[in-house]
Write a protein that binds this ligand. Structure first.
Ligand code: ZN
Ligand code: ZN
Length: 299
């Protein structure tokens, strides 16, 4: 159960949805959350608690006892009550943002949440995570690059901090690509059909990508060409010899995985791609035919 000290997203993630919706199924309560977030954010309040009277004034209800009843119902899960007044908890802010956005989707929704890490495209530390429609996306706010977007089940948010969610997401996507590249559907274990596609959303900024489609359940995996190399022993040792552990940073911080900086399309019929990764005086050269890594060498 959440405790008084849990004012991070852990609250939100451990709150059973039925309980959350029950608590919020009242107009006065939603108004109270909106009023509380507005007052807290308003100039002059900062992170100071909002007094009962100020909050009551903000919420359009004359009956003080009625208002107080609903406010108390929101306490613990959505509202932190202190001697000096009230503060919105993280879930309250998320609810209010969802109301402002006009949508109320997943309880685990995230919108441009700042996260640790460095953008491999521009080098800035201004990465954001968003979660909607059961997809987790990482982007860079500095260069406005969409680094990755992949399916991630809402249950993955339960009892995890955002940092732990991101770690799980990194592992999940890497393993999903490994399964797919090995011809096994990570969802249903049927055979995955590997090929190259140019049917790619333009905002992703890729000309072509390897694609793996499940022959049974329709699940698809679209990694970058570079991501196909992550598990290759020669690729791992090439990086290890240069003091780089490819497993350590999340894949969205690796240029190899989230850009086609090192990728050259050599032929389209049939598809043949070369990935060249510079490393000191040497260069790692990988040849990919279709969606299969056929050769890796060092030049
Ligand atoms: Zn960037
Ligand atoms: Zn499948």
């Amino acid at each position: 159960m959440p405790t008084e000290e849990d004012d991070t997203n852990a609250d939100e993630n451990t709150l059973p949805p039925t309980e959350a919706f029950r608590l919020l199924s009242d107009g006065t309560r939603l108004q109270t959350l909106q009023g509380l977030v507005e007052l807290t954010d308003a100039k002059g309040y900062g992170s100071e608690p909002v007094s009962f009277s100020a909050l009551h004034e903000q919420v359009d209800t004359r009956d003080s006892a009625h208002f107080n009843y609903h406010l108390q119902e929101l306490r613990d899960q959505f509202v932190e009550g202190t001697e000096d007044g009230y503060r919105p908890r993280y879930p309250a802010r998320k609810v209010v943002r969802a109301i402002r956005a006009g949508t109320f989707t997943e309880r685990a929704a995230l919108t441009d949440e700042p996260i640790d890490g460095t953008c491999p495209q521009c080098g800035d530390a201004d990465l954001r995570a968003s979660y909607a429609d059961e997809r987790l996306a990482i982007s860079c706010a500095a260069c406005e690059t969409a680094l990755t977007a992949n399916d991630f089940p809402p249950g993955g948010f339960e009892e995890r901090s955002l940092a732990d969610v991101l770690h799980a997401f990194d592992r999940l996507v890497r393993h999903r690509v490994s399964f797919a590249a090995d011809g096994v559907c990570p969802e249903c274990t049927a055979t995955m059909d590997g090929h190259v596609t140019t049917d790619i959303p333009p905002e992703w900024g890729y000309e072509a990508l390897p694609a793996f489609d499940c022959t049974r359940c329709d699940f698809s995996v679209l990694p970058s060409f570079g991501m196909l190399l992550l598990d290759h022993p020669d690729v791992v040792s090439f990086h290890r010899n240069r003091g780089e552990d490819l497993r350590k940073p999340p894949f969205w911080e690796l240029s190899l995985c989230v850009s086609d900086r090192y990728t050259t399309i050599e032929s389209r019929e049939p598809w043949r791609v070369t990935v060249r990764v510079p490393g000191g005086n040497e260069e790692l050269v990988a040849t990919i035919e279709g969606a299969d890594v056929v050769a890796v060498r060092t030049e």
